[in-house]
Design a protein around this ligand. Structure first.
Ligand SMILES: [Zn+2]
Length: 568
């Protein structure tokens, strides 16, 4: 293995509280080490910023719904398909890029790890095939649980142990990473053409409410002691006035403590909070309630969130929130795909244009940034765009620019057709805060790594951690007055070393690295009732046999398996 020494950069590493100290980073055998020999390859980072590889806590990058997006939006490929470089693969797509472009673009921005945020269990082999196909970045995937028939049957009787045993089986079978909730109960109701817009709406047939599903899955997650907390996309996404449902579902986590050995403090991760922080009672009175939501989040140490920032692009929305996509299609009348996944979940895909000349889009843009700017603890608030739902992940550098520069935000606000109305309906214009590089490193590296229970591997530059090091062309001592230069620097890293391999130089891909799939081998003591329920349901209800259901090892050929035993 090679040795690398990244010399004389400004180190930004929140895991060691280092903010701009000039120092070296040594890498050997794929890990950060104290020192290397004199034969190490030297990378001169003088005058540049050095951070750990970044961690994306929530994106939709692999699997059937992503592929539906690619198939039914050929126009998405017309935006950009540069010629392939020698020995590399052609890149295509903008909001739903090809697997190759996904890996390359994340690497160019210095990302080491990405969490696929919604894996339909029945289609988990497809998810893993696409993950395997995506170069360079390490990935894991969250199977969806909150509309699963087994889960609803167990939880309506308050059977946490049985729920946990089923979750452990499903996470093992799908080579999954944790517990995802999407529109709890609402996607199951969608099978009857219904939805659950409040926490107390009954789920048809199952006689359970979203509040009961959320509480039960958070408790089962902690019973198992998984690396990550329950990860929730709440009810009533995208609608005016939904912030009260949002705060009420966050309150369900009150008093629940994490029981894990992985260093996280939260028991609930609330995702793409931008879509859940709206006031008003119609599109005419639509307004930001980001402040109210963050006032609550700031007080609760057992919560983490990600922003889900709108980037004002033409994009492709895709979610297991099937009823929401039907609703969105009735608003914008573009294409609509709907998929049902038997016994487990559903999904929808709808293109969307976040138009600067539409007042609601401008308000959504402001809400995402307000959430980040109101966050008192950047270790608990992470930068995402719910890729591709609020915008493509390739816009993260633009979001960073907006968070770091009031001037950049004001320029966008001024460019809106309904600028005054957006300013009236939001607080952004009155917020002066500009995030620092250190806070950005917390939001994109140390924070999400800790929330995922992966803080011993990712998010910092401590010896022993993975050798993921990004060098950006920014002078810590003399940050550019032109905010465009911030975006440019984060878009194309000067260098990115992934697991000890130089994969990016001057913003161009130089190697395919050594990509891994991370999954959790969750175990509970033998539960004969759940084992029998699973076997019988597969005979009775599923169209696939139980032997054909689990993800084969060949589909995740370079795994990093995390063992979790609830009994230990
Ligand atoms: Zn999402």
């Amino acid at each position: 293995m090679t040795e690398i020494l990244v010399k004389n950069g400004y180190i930004i590493d929140p895991t060691r509280k280092i903010d701009g100290e000039v120092a070296d980073v040594a890498i050997k055998d794929g890990k950060i080490v104290e020192t290397v020999s004199s034969s190490a390859k030297v990378i001169d980072a003088k005058g540049k910023v050095v951070m750990a590889g970044a961690v994306d806590v929530h994106a939709h990058v692999a699997g059937p719904k992503v592929n539906v997006g690619r198939l039914f939006r050929p126009e998405d490929k017309l935006f950009k398909s540069p010629m392939a470089q020698k020995n590399f693969r052609i890149e295509s797509g903008f909001s739903v890029p090809s697997t190759f472009k996904t890996g390359y673009d994340y690497a160019r921005m210095g990302y080491a790890f990405v969490l696929e945020a919604a894996m339909p269990p029945l289609h988990s082999p497809h998810v893993h095939e696409e993950i395997h196909d995506t170069p360079i970045i390490d990935e894991a995937a969250l199977p969806v649980f909150a509309n699963n028939w087994f889960v609803m049957e167990y939880l309506k009787n308050g059977e946490i142990e049985n729920t946990a045993a089923y979750i452990a089986w499903l996470i093992r079978a799908t080579k999954g990473f944790g517990v995802k909730l999407v529109n709890p109960g609402g996607t199951a109701a969608w099978g009857w053409g219904l939805n659950c817009l409040t926490l107390d709406d009954p789920v048809p047939y199952f006689d359970i409410t979203p509040a009961e599903i959320i509480r039960g899955l958070v408790e089962a997650n902690e019973y198992l002691g998984l690396p990550h907390s329950a990860h929730i996309h709440q009810n009533n996404l995208g609608n005016p006035g939904n912030y009260t449902v949002t705060i009420d579902s966050l309150k369900i986590a009150e008093g629940i403590k994490p029981k894990n050995k992985f260093g996280r403090e939260q028991v609930m991760h609330s995702t793409h909070l931008q879509f859940h922080s709206y006031g008003g009672d119609s599109w005419a009175t639509f307004e930001s309630r980001a402040k109210e939501v963050m006032d609550y989040v700031n007080k609760q140490n057992n919560l983490t969130i990600d922003l889900g920032c709108v980037t004002l692009d033409e994009t492709t929305t895709m979610t297991a929130d099937g009823p929401f996509e039907h609703h969105l299609n009735s608003l914008n009348h573009l294409k609509w795909a709907n998929v049902d996944v038997e016994l487990e979940t559903a999904a929808g895909v709808v293109p969307y244009v976040y138009d600067k000349d539409i007042k609601v889009c401008g308000i959504q843009w402001a809400v995402g940034l307000e959430l980040g700017l109101y966050a008192k603890d950047p270790m608990r608030a992470f930068i995402t765009t719910d890729h591709p739902n609020a915008g493509p992940f390739t816009r993260y550098p633009r979001v960073i620019k907006w968070l770091m520069s009031k001037k950049a935000r004001e320029d966008v606000l001024k460019s809106f057709k309904y600028s005054d109305k957006v300013i009236d309906a939001t607080n952004l214009h009155g917020i002066d805060r500009e995030l620092t590089l250190y806070e950005i490193a917390e939001m994109t590296r140390a924070g999400p790594a800790r929330a995922l229970g992966l803080g011993s591997m990712y998010g910092g530059l401590t010896p022993g951690m993975d050798g993921n090091v990004a060098v950006f062309d920014l002078d810590y001592k003399a940050m550019p007055t032109d905010p465009e230069l911030i975006e440019r620097a984060f878009q194309r890293a000067s260098w990115f070393i992934k697991s000890g391999v130089v994969v990016v130089k001057d913003g161009e891909i130089t190697a395919h690295g050594n990509k891994r799939t991370i999954w959790v081998n969750a175990k509970v003591k033998d539960n004969r009732q759940v084992n029998r329920d699973i076997r019988e349901s597969f005979k009775r209800d599923y169209t696939v046999g139980i032997d054909n259901y689990p993800v084969w090892d060949v589909l995740a050929p370079n795994p990093l398996v995390i063992d979790v035993n609830a009994e230990a």
